[in-house]
Design a protein around this ligand. Structure first.
Ligand SMILES: *[C@@H]1O[C@H](CO)[C@@H](O)[C@H](O)[C@H]1NC(C)=O
Length: 524
């Protein structure tokens, strides 16, 4: 009997453990780092037994079982050359606010194309489709929230960077610019007076950008694409505003070891580093030989996947080759073309397994553009960096790393090679940089569970609790004039005015009543 009960319990727990959900995952940007973050989510969810429909930008290299791909065919509107940011353009100072606005225009176009894509239309207009939860990457627009409204299920945002006011506004409220940094700024609190003004300016500009680039597109998409799909399912169409601010959770590719302390709502969960596998893959033979044959350790140099080293001006390429030749360490440079006159200690590889390289104990330094995946991996493996930021959040990532004490920064310019040489020497000769990287690495790893286990846990939690309404910030339901007590100020103002006018009226009428007999006397 006891054995029967045991089997029964075991069977029950099996049923419980293997409760598989249908998940819709939306990550439509055609960028390598976005694809890496996306696969980092898919893999542990598949292992946990779920079934996933994936609206993707770049499809995975190898097809994944139990993943239904909804491919997007949109093209970036600009030419191929423009879609990866050119270093030489950067250095001739052509990239600026204008480029940021170009980026927002591009993102807005992409959003529009994705939502009108035939494959996406087929998905949302199929009344038999049903999902338990939608996970959508937040891409400067909130429109992907409408997938949750269509399928009438909870929504989880995936945020690819450190927490910032725009994403927090979706689940709580915009953070105070007096002590939090905008995504495109590189100020580190505590701020000076002018920095505080700059941050406020960034927030005001952010609202303006929403209005200029996204508000109309979102409204149009919602009315033309989303609302009909909801009606088809026989449900009333909710307000777009209510849909935008209805997420159950934000999963942030962030962690305190990588970012700055922040006030966060209960619905924000740090899962930074989830894309990194627990087991490091072995190095390919050619790299293994180079690395193990480096008597003084090695430096790894990579400017990421968006930014092609090919676009580097020739002068800088030659200067770099010369400068690396002067170092006694081996240098591994991820670069798309071979260079002539390479010194013996410089090795150029077209493809590099970054994690396996950084994991090697002989890796002394990482020269990087400062993309969040790269800074995360440098902390994961405890390697100090020299950052050469080029675009978007790379500036703030490098600024944070410098502030934390495991990095030096070099700005892009035609004369940067001399400065780069200096900074390489600083990091290699002063052990504090490496020590700091190791300390942060300890903080990074010292979590109760791995970030990918945490990610799976919270996604399951949202589904099991039908949207985790208990995590919802009360700030979402309070209007701005109530938060700022403007209504109280108005009431107080009314009271003060009433008192002032009351007294005035009293005095005047008293004055009149004492004056009247006199004047009547005079007249008589
Ligand atoms: C908000 O989310 C909850 C839980 O996921 C859902 O029940 C509700 O219908 C959603 N409301 C809107 C306006 O989308």
């Amino acid at each position: 009997m006891a054995r029967l009960a045991y089997i029964f319990v075991a069977l029950l727990s099996l049923v419980y453990v293997s409760s598989a959900y249908k998940i819709l995952f939306v990550s439509p940007l055609k960028g390598k780092s976005h694809a890496i973050l996306a696969e980092g989510i898919l893999k542990p969810l598949l292992k946990d037994g779920h079934e996933i429909t994936y609206v993707c930008g770049l499809p995975p290299d190898k097809p994944l079982p139990k993943v239904t791909l909804v491919e997007t065919t949109y093209k970036y509107q600009s030419t191929d050359k423009d879609s990866s940011f050119s270093l030489s353009e950067q250095m001739s100072k052509k990239m600026s606010i204008k480029d940021l606005t170009k980026m927002f225009g591009l993102l807005s176009n992409i959003t529009n194309s994705v939502m009108r894509e035939t494959s996406v239309q087929a998905l949302i207009n199929d009344p038999k489709q049903h999902f338990d939860v939608v996970i959508a990457e937040w891409l400067y627009t909130d429109i992907y929230a409408s997938f949750a409204a269509i399928f009438d299920c909870p929504l989880i945002w995936l945020s690819s960077c450190e927490p910032h006011w725009k994403i927090l506004r979706n689940v709580d409220e915009a953070t105070n610019p007096a002590y939090t940094t905008d995504l495109f700024s590189n100020n580190i609190p505590p701020f000076s007076f002018t920095q505080r003004l700059t941050e406020l300016g960034f927030q005001i500009m952010g609202h303006f950008i929403d209005y200029m680039y996204f508000a109309d597109t979102e409204k149009e998409i919602y009315d033309q694409v989303v609302a009909p799909a909801i009606r088809k399912r026989g449900r009333p169409v909710p307000n777009l505003e209510d849909v935008k601010y209805n997420a159950s959770l934000v999963l942030g590719n962030s962690h305190i070891s990588l970012g700055m302390p922040n006030r966060l709502p209960d619905s924000y969960k740090h899962v930074g580093g989830y894309h990194i596998d627990k087991e490091v893959k072995p190095l390919p033979e050619n790299l293994k030989k180079i690395i193990e044959g480096s008597p003084n350790g090695f430096i790894y140099f990579s400017m990421g996947s968006n930014l092609k080293s090919k676009t580097l001006p020739d002068v800088i390429k030659q200067d770099l080759v010369k400068m690396f030749g002067k170092l006694k360490q081996t240098v591994i440079w991820k670069f798309e073309e071979d260079l002539p006159n390479r010194p013996a200690n410089l090795h150029i590889v077209q493809w590099a397994p970054q994690q396996s390289i950084l994991a090697h104990e002989k890796c002394l330094l990482f020269i990087t553009h400062g993309g969040l995946l790269s800074t995360t991996e440098s902390i994961h493996f405890g390697v100090p960096i020299v950052g050469i930021p080029v675009f978007a959040d790379q500036f703030i990532n490098v600024a944070r790393a410098v502030k934390k004490g495991f990095a030096r920064r070099v700005d892009l310019s035609y004369s940067m090679v001399g400065k780069l040489h200096e900074e390489i020497n600083v990091v290699l000769s002063d052990p504090s940089y490496r020590q700091k990287a190791k300390e942060l690495s300890f903080i990074y790893h010292d979590r109760p569970v791995t970030p990918s286990a945490e990610l799976v846990h919270w996604i399951n939690h949202v589904v099991k609790t039908k949207g985790a309404r208990h995590l919802r910030s009360p700030a979402l339901d309070v209007a701005w004039y109530q938060k700022t007590y403007l209504d109280l100020a108005l009431v107080l103002l009314a009271i003060v005015l009433a008192i002032v006018y009351g007294i005035k009226f009293l005095i005047i009428s008293l004055f009149k009543s004492t004056k009247k007999p006199q004047s009547s006397k005079k007249r008589n």
